[in-house]
Design a binder for this molecule. Structure first.
Ligand code: PLP
Ligand code: COI
Length: 353
């Protein structure tokens, strides 16, 4: 399938790469492709960034049948642009699609289309430390229909946004609220899919947390509300008595690509890195006995995000005195060194554009 390219007649002014926030600025072009039952995925095209015309009855607006991804392009010191494990994102989006009854696409072809888009938008990849071009592939259900069923037609698009740190606090410890009143996902549901409804379901508890001065919610399992799952936009890690622990994938947690990379790095250093059930009681007890060394989150947008404070019920615990712990620091440094080409890519994670 060949991609058609229609260039924007006017280009936007590029932002100052030292002033970037997250997700507010979009580049000149986007990728689009459509699905129809008789044609499959067809008409891949790069066009000027523009609104998507749709009827008010469009299914995605009513029943949320959609999936998305988040990955980044990094500018290396040589000026070259590189991706970090993009195959994993396109694979995960197909897995999400499967759960949402969205037709799967050719992953290699999608990656080729992304690279083509990035070659056109290469000047948008910022070069200030810690910045990157955030990539948001998305698929939405397009039938104009109000009955509940899977849509017959879809739009696949990719938009690009130059970004700095996800949290306004940058690489500084965040405060996390463990909610006992709400759940985000349940086993057998769509928690492991990257689908908008999971984020919609997280907003109410997020607002409660914000009102109390907390950045994010840490979700417990949807059945017993006993085991730790993940944070709103990142997976979670605990370091207890020398063991790096993250909750095992159980169907309701997003299988994070940064999570997988953190486990691989820890294991490559000979550390004990476990994927297992971990209860919130175990975390609190580890703190009481002085064995809880660090807590941090992992995600594409959040990178490695140290947790300085955790509130569970009436108890507030301070971790690493509210400072960045040495393990979070080493992981942040090692991961970003690989992503920005400052360290050798021994694990084969870097993809040229
Ligand atoms: N968990 C949730 C709910 C997320 O939105 C994200 C971000 O994509 C993650 C975890 C981390 O996943 P990844 O490391 O693949 O970005
Ligand atoms: C990411 O880390 O890529 C995410 O998608 C998190 C959030 C912005 C939804």
């Amino acid at each position: 399938m060949s991609i058609t390219v229609k260039r924007a007649s006017q280009l936007k002014a590029k932002p100052d790469s030292h002033q970037l926030g997250f997700g507010t600025i979009f580049t000149d072009h986007m990728f689009n492709m459509d699905y129809a039952p008789d044609k499959g995925w067809h008409n891949p095209r790069i066009e000027p960034y523009a609104p998507i015309p749709m009827e008010p009855s469009t299914m995605v607006l009513h029943y949320g049948q959609a999936v998305f991804e988040g990955l980044k392009a990094y500018r290396h010191a040589s000026g070259d642009i590189r991706l970090f494990r993009p195959q994993e994102n396109f694979r995960r989006m197909n897995r999400s699609s499967h759960l949402l009854c969205i037709p799967e696409y050719d992953e290699a072809m999608a990656l080729d289309c992304l690279k083509e888009l990035l070659r056109i938008e290469k000047d948008w990849v910022p070069d200030a430390p810690g910045t990157s071009l955030y990539i948001r592939p998305t698929i939405i259900a397009m039938d104009p229909f109000l009955g509940v069923r899977a849509s017959h037609t879809y739009r696949f698009f990719i938009i690009l946004s130059p970004v700095g740190a996800y949290y306004a606090s940058g690489f500084n410890p965040v405060k996390i609220w463990v909610t006992r009143n709400h759940v985000r996902a349940v086993r057998g549901g769509v928690g492991e899919a990257k689908t908008p409804g999971n984020y919609a379901a997280s907003l109410y508890a997020g607002e409660v947390a914000h009102k109390h001065g907390y950045t994010q919610v840490l979700w417990l399992d949807g059945v017993e509300q006993k085991y730790v799952e993940e944070v709103g936009a990142m997976n979670i890690f605990f370091v207890i008595d020398g063991e790096v622990i993250t909750p095992a994938l159980n169907g309701s947690i997003l299988p994070g690509i940064t999570r997988d990379s953190v486990l691989a790095l820890c294991r490559s250093w000979g550390w004990k890195a476990s994927e297992r059930k971990i209860s919130i009681d175990e975390v609190m007890e580890a703190h009481h006995s002085g064995k809880l060394q660090e807590i941090f989150g992992s995600g594409t947008a959040a990178v490695i995000s140290p947790v300085g404070e955790l509130k569970y019920g009436d108890e507030i615990i301070s971790v690493t005195d509210g400072k960045v712990g040495p393990i979070a620091m080493k992981l942040y440094q090692s991961l970003t060194d690989i992503q920005y080409g400052k360290a050798p890519d021994t694990l084969g994670w870097i993809e040229p554009v």
